[in-house]
Design a protein around this ligand. Structure first.
Ligand code: MLT
Length: 266
């Protein structure tokens, strides 16, 4: 295992051969949500799971009072790929990580060998959604992360996973590792993210859309529409999983990604 601080983003890497696979976490988590993929896919790929700025061990980009846009985050991901010498890589992103992955595909399409969109959506926030994000950003900067820690596992995990105390603790620990500034800045950035749907038809690279069967944040119906809008996309529904399918059902997600990587290498 390789763990690196000192570059602008912290990351963990496993595996020395195969296509590079760069994984971007959801909000408000960090690279550790991909532990099952770091452990399970290192024979097939050179797997790198990073911490976006302000999450895990990566320093924030702003003090949280200004937005950190999905485009800024996309450029950070590509800078890390540059630093690692990845000319072409497969990019996977969960939820907010998927917003970032779609921004990478708009700005740096030539760098992508394939795209893995997990429990995510292309639609922008509704006006109501934007207002509640801006309110949450203010609250985090004044009161910290305790509300997020308390509420997130219930929304992110399927009911069965919520009964798995070790899994709930993992999610809570990841949230506690986030910085207030990082959380507030990305809440503001997500509120102003553009509608990604108009660009999907131009996304002519192998793509897989993965969704937890019991994901209540980005449900399977939306994932089906997302996959149908991307020319070469395939949809895979992960039985029994919620919004954090890679963490809740690592074996099923790994066998899906393994098969996808196999098709890309063939
Ligand atoms: C995530 O899991 O990254 C969040 O649900 C994304 C969001 O809040 O839109």
């Amino acid at each position: 295992m390789l763990a690196v601080v000192g570059a602008s983003l912290y990351y963990e890497g496993r595996g020395t051969s195969g296509l590079p696979l760069v994984l971007v976490h959801g909000f408000p988590l960090d690279h550790a949500m991909w532990r099952g993929q770091l452990d399970g896919l290192s024979r097939e790929a050179r797997v790198v799971a990073l911490d976006l700025p302000g999450f895990g061990r990566s320093p924030p980009l702003s003090n949280g009072s200004t937005p950190v846009t999905m485009e800024q985050l996309a450029d950070q991901v590509v800078s890390l790929a540059d630093a690692l010498g990845f000319q072409k890589f497969v990019l996977g992103g969960l939820s907010m990580g998927g917003y970032v992955a779609m921004a990478v595909s708009r700005r740096h399409l030539a760098r992508l060998a394939g795209l893995i969109l997990v429990d995510t959506r292309a639609e922008p926030d509704t006006d109501e959604g934007k207002s509640s994000r801006l309110l949450a950003a203010k609250q985090v900067l004044t009161s910290g992360l305790s509300t997020l820690v308390e509420e997130s596992p219930k929304k992110l995990l399927a009911p069965d996973s919520q009964r798995n105390c070790a899994l709930v603790r993992k999610v809570e620990h990841m949230i506690w590792r986030s910085s207030w500034a990082g959380v507030a800045g990305t809440l503001r950035g997500m509120a102003e993210r553009p509608d990604a749907r108009p660009d999907l038809a131009r996304l002519r690279i192998p793509t897989i859309v993965i969704v937890g069967e019991q994901d209540v944040i980005t449900p399977p119906q939306g994932a089906q529409k997302l996959a149908a809008s991307i020319p070469q996309a395939e949809l895979v529904v992960i039985a029994g999983a919620g919004h954090l399918s890679p963490l809740e059902a690592p074996r099923a997600v790994n066998s899906t990604i393994r098969a996808f990587l196999g098709r890309l290498s063939a």
